[in-house]
Design a protein around this ligand. Structure first.
Ligand SMILES: [Zn+2]
Ligand SMILES: [Zn+2]
Length: 267
């Protein structure tokens, strides 16, 4: 019984994550072209016509750019909250889309597709109604949490007991502070509704660590304010300070901006 996750693209230039079982294939967001999605899925042997749904986190263009094409070409249902649906329809470059393309989800309410349970939950981000997701199959749990400026007990309670975590490590705070972004943008990214820094990401992972957490994938890295090596080392440094984390066993890696990550198979 395979339960798997593969990041097809991750970062401010476009996000798309595949999660699947033997019976169900879904995407979290599609902020890249339909062509790139098809290529990425092809590399892991998934036919895009077999996608059962695209679960949208929020309406920022790096998460929805490719949604219209996929919905029309492959007739894939788009799962999103009511407010996010409207925001996607209002996005000018989405192309021809209508309410009939969507299926409504609500935070904290499970969606069951055959052998997979999808659980959306609220996150802290400057979008109309942002959510993150956990996925359950055969007693195992995969979680995807990006685009969150901070986390609280509610978010930790949703992510707890994950076997695989896909977590944002967006920026290095010092790089962001001294970098070339305009002041308002720096302030936005650092705010509670912006993005998680490498350090905060490390602390969140540390608080979620348990013996059955096998893989942590770091994603949504800023192109301007982070490097894959830096994100990896910063998170690792936080975890190294935590006596309860088994560094030898935990597999930590960074998802590529424009290429497939490793396909992680759980259980
Ligand atoms: Zn966003
Ligand atoms: Zn984003």
């Amino acid at each position: 019984m395979a339960f798997k996750i593969c990041s097809i693209a991750s970062g401010s230039s476009g996000n798309c994550i595949y999660v699947g079982t033997d019976q169900v294939n879904i995407l979290v967001d599609s902020g890249i072209s339909g062509k790139r999605v098809a290529l990425g899925l092809g590399e892991i042997g998934v036919d895009p016509t077999r996608l059962d749904g695209i679960f949208i986190t929020h309406e920022h263009s790096d998460h929805i750019k490719g949604v219209g094409v996929l919905a029309r070409k492959y007739k894939i249902p788009i799962y999103a909250t009511k407010k996010t649906q409207q925001a996607v329809l209002n996005y000018r470059q989405i192309g021809k889309m209508e309410h009939a393309h969507f299926i409504e989800i609500r935070p904290d309410e499970n969606v069951t597709l055959k052998d997979m349970v999808i659980h959306p939950f609220r996150s802290f981000h400057d979008a109309i109604d942002p959510v993150c997701y956990t996925f359950l199959h055969d007693g195992k749990k995969i979680s995807v949490a990006t685009d969150l400026g901070c986390y609280d007990e509610y978010i930790v309670s949703k992510l707890v007991d994950s076997n695989v975590l896909f977590i944002e490590a967006n920026h290095d705070v010092k790089m962001l502070e001294v970098g070339g972004y305009p002041y308002f943008l720096k302030k936005r990214i650092l705010s509670d509704v912006g993005h998680l820094s490498n350090e905060l990401s490390g602390h969140l992972i540390s608080s979620l660590y348990h013996q059955n957490l096998s893989h942590v994938i770091l994603g949504h890295l800023s192109q301007e304010n982070n490097f894959p090596e830096l994100a990896y080392e910063a998170v690792r440094a936080v975890l190294m300070d935590c006596a309860h984390v088994d560094h030898e066993r935990l597999k930590l890696f960074v998802a590529g901006r424009n290429s497939n990550s490793k396909l992680v198979v759980v259980g």
